[in-house]
Structures are given as structure tokens and as C-alpha cells.
Design a protein around this ligand. Structure first.
Ligand code: SF4
Ligand code: SF4
Length: 260
């Protein structure tokens, strides 16, 4: 069985080769994030790592950068509920990391919905919370999609992210079409994504929904991205107008100026 540094290096090498990001944190450091609700359709709170994988020593976050807003596709399942095909890429990358750990003699499980992925990503230094309440990073803002792994392998932890990436920018808060954001907090009774997926609250007028959650078919739509598209750190800024055509009066924003 390889040493912890060798195995961590092997996982990082896999990530580099396959074009995704990874970070490591002590499983015990995730205990503080047990018992929180992480989404509208996830009805159960996050759990302690040891409840998910007895003997867990390390929590791993896998992050894949999205390349197109269409990756925020929501598809209605025939029996109710929703599926997100665009999140398949990060799930497959995480599965590759799991397979590597198992091949090296360790136990490893994917943790969909069981642990707080944004808090894990911040603990591993991948980024921090933005005022849109999403994980944001210096180089691609909120464009990462996350998956988590628990393993009994002991891997050297990364350093948590310290500090703020938003500065005096508040573009996401201003961009939200339904006033669901205040800095670092989203109101799940107002957010369009939660409402459309069946969360509590009252739906805004149909024209607002049609503009910000465009339907593709009777059973599919792109989830609202206004607070992501507004972020000057997002790499998807240049193609966001596929969904929200810029009017002639919209000036080009200078990201650096807004972030000072
Ligand atoms: S997803 Fe849309 S509705 Fe929800 S907080 Fe962001 S901008 Fe507002
Ligand atoms: S739009 Fe501005 S305030 Fe919002 S997350 Fe991005 S940098 Fe932070």
C-alpha cells in the first residue's frame, strides 16, 4: 500500500490528467458541518462522516469546471423528482478517484447529499463562499460543480481558504430577479431554482420564470443562473447571453473595477 503522500500525489496526478480539481480535509474537521440542510430537494440533513463510512479519515472534494450553462439542465423524471445530467461529469470524475483508492486497498464511498460540499471545498482551499452563497474561486467564480468522497485512507489535508473574494462587489445580489439574495445567504422561499423544483414559497410571475428558467421541453429547463452569470469571476460570462440577451443599454462591466 503506498504512503499517504504517494497516494495523494497519485490522486492529484489523475486530476491533472483528467482536467478536474481535488482537495483533501480531515474527516473529523467535517463533523462541525453535520446536521445542516444543503438544498431544497435534499430532504435530510448532512451527516457525520463516521455515520456514512465508519473509520473515515479523509474527506475529498472533486470539482469539475462547467463549460456551458446547459450543464445546469434540470430534467423532470416520469415518477416525479428531478435529475441533473450536467452534473454527471463531476460524478464520473469522483468515481475515478474512488476506484483508485479501492485499487490501492482502501475503502471509499461517494457522498451525494451526505456532507456539505461547499464547506468541504472551503476547508480544502478550493475557494470560499461568495455573496451568492455559492462556492466561488479566484479563477472561475461559481463555475465549479462539486462531488465528495469519504475514505479510510489518511491523506495530508490542504489548507482552508482564508479571506474574502467578493470585496465590495454585489453584482449577484443585484442580479437576482426575485430578491432572494442578501450577502452570503439565499432565501429558499424566494429562489427560483428551489421553487421550480418544488420548494416552499410562491412562484413569481410566469414571465420572470420564463426568462430566468428557460424551458427546453415540457419536462426540462435550465435552472436560474442569474447570480452566477453576474459574477465577474465566472468564465461563462461571455456566453451567458444565450439565455438573457444583452440590451443595448447594458454596459460592459469591468470585473476588476467591481472587485476592488
Ligand atoms: S438562482 Fe436565481 S433566483 Fe436563486 S438566488 Fe440565484 S439569481 Fe436568485
Ligand atoms: S458576483 Fe461579486 S459579490 Fe457575488 S459572488 Fe461574485 S464576486 Fe462575490
Amino acid at each position: 500500500m503506498p504512503g499517504q503522500d504517494d497516494l495523494a500525489g497519485e490522486i492529484r496526478e489523475l486530476a491533472q490528467r483528467r482536467g478536474f480539481r481535488v482537495g483533501f480535509a480531515r474527516a473529523e474537521d467535517m463533523e462541525q458541518y453535520a446536521g445542516i440542510h444543503v438544498g431544497w430537494i435534499i430532504r435530510q440533513p448532512t451527516r457525520r462522516p463516521a455515520e456514512v463510512l465508519p473509520g473515515a479519515r479523509t474527506a475529498i472534494v472533486v470539482a469539475a469546471q462547467i463549460r456551458d450553462p446547459a450543464e445546469d439542465l434540470a430534467v423532470r423524471l416520469p415518477g416525479g423528482g428531478w435529475r441533473y445530467p450536467g452534473y454527471g461529469t463531476v460524478a464520473m470524475r469522483a468515481r475515478e478517484v474512488c476506484n483508485l483508492l479501492v485499487a490501492r486497498g482502501h475503502r471509499a464511498v461517494l457522498t451525494p447529499d451526505a456532507i456539505s460540499l461547499k464547506n468541504l471545498a472551503r476547508l480544502t482551499g478550493l475557494g470560499t463562499f461568495g455573496k451568492n452563497s455559492l462556492l466561488i474561486t479566484p479563477d472561475c467564480g461559481p463555475d465549479l460543480r462539486l462531488e465528495g468522497i469519504l475514505t479510510d485512507a489518511v491523506l495530508p489535508p490542504d489548507h482552508p481558504w482564508e479571506g474574502d473574494l467578493c470585496g465590495n462587489c454585489s453584482a449577484c445580489v443585484e442580479a437576482c430577479p426575485v430578491g432572494a439574495l442578501e450577502p452570503f445567504r439565499v432565501d429558499d422561499e424566494k429562489c427560483l431554482v428551489g421553487l421550480t423544483l418544488g420548494g416552499p414559497g410562491r412562484m413569481p410571475p410566469p414571465e420572470v420564470v420564463a426568462r430566468h428558467e428557460p424551458r427546453l421541453t415540457a419536462g426540462s429547463h435550465i435552472m436560474c443562473r442569474a447570480c452566477q452569470d453576474a459574477c465577474p469571476r465566472s468564465r461563462l460570462r461571455d456566453i451567458r447571453f444565450l439565455f438573457t440577451p444583452p440590451g443595448p443599454s447594458q454596459p460592459t462591466q469591468d470585473p476588476q473595477r467591481r472587485l476592488q
